[in-house]
Design a protein around this ligand. Structure first.
Ligand SMILES: Cc1cc2nc3c(=O)[nH]c(=O)nc-3n(C[C@H](O)[C@H](O)[C@H](O)COP(=O)(O)OP(=O)(O)OC[C@H]3O[C@@H](n4cnc5c(N)ncnc54)[C@H](O)[C@@H]3O)c2cc1C
Length: 200
């Protein structure tokens, strides 16, 4: 039976990802003074995590193989030694004195990745069913603005507006910018050169 995704140009795939936890270094409290760091040169990022921990993630440098998952209900939820070593030793180069626990700790879950790593915030071909999917590992804490985008798309569509033909323009509340929500269409052409599209 045809699913709703069969009617969409942009598809999504599941990508397995690991984040790891290490204790804050003794000389510096991540809980009190930590910030979010994107460290492209080292291919990773880190930020404070509850319990005075440092959360360490990968920014998918070419040396980290992408692990696509066919069945999102069936994948390895355990931290792997290889990825633990890669991510934790990368951050250890930046934080002298970081204690690396012998027992790996972390969280393993799936990114919902679109063809161009840009989300889909849109109507669907099923009346009354709307989409906020394909966040591609990069929409954390964007909930409030996604709520605004979706509410304006839904209000327009439910009042008869043809959003596919004339995408809803959204005046953002916090910055002086009007967003053409067509960029998030399920039927857009793949946006070449988008931040992550080079990853495949
Ligand atoms: C390992 C990992 C690391 C990440 N790191 C980052 C990062 O550093 N920066 C970044 O910007 N993004 C990151 N992301 C992506 C970010 O987490 C997602 O983009 C974001 O959580 C998406 O928010 P959401 O509300 O759409 O979905 P979710 O956060 O997945 O929330 C969906 C909620 O719906 C619930 N739910 C599902 N089905 C049902 C149902 N039938 N009935 C009721 N409830 C249901 C789920 O339990 C869940 O609580 C990461 C993702 C992963 C997996």
């Amino acid at each position: 039976m045809a699913g709703i995704e069969d009617t969409m140009k942009i598809k999504t795939r599941s990508l397995r990802h690991e984040v790891h936890f290490v204790p804050s270094p003794e000389a510096f409290s991540y809980a009190e003074d930590g910030i979010i760091v994107s460290d492209g040169d080292a291919g990773g990022y880190h930020r404070p995590e509850a319990g005075n921990l440092v959360l360490v993630g990968s920014e998918d440098p070419a040396c980290d193989a992408l692990e696509w998952v066919d069945d999102p209900d069936d994948f390895n939820r355990d931290v792997t030694t290889d990825q633990w070593n890669a991510q934790v030793y990368r951050i250890a180069k930046r934080i002298p004195g970081l204690a690396i626990p012998s027992q790996p700790r972390g969280v393993v879950d799936l990114y919902d990745v679109t063809d161009d790593w840009i989300p889909i915030y849109d109507k669907s071909d099923l009346p009354g069913f709307y989409l906020a999917v394909g966040t591609s590992g990069n929409q954390y804490k964007n909930g409030p603005v996604i709520g605004q985008i979706l509410s304006e798309i839904i209000t327009a569509c439910e009042n008869g507006h043809d959003h596919d033909e004339d995408p809803v323009k959204i005046k953002l509340r916090k910055i002086d910018y009007t967003l053409n929500s067509g960029i998030f269409s399920r039927n857009r052409e793949i946006i070449e050169g988008s931040t992550f599209s080079v990853l495949g």
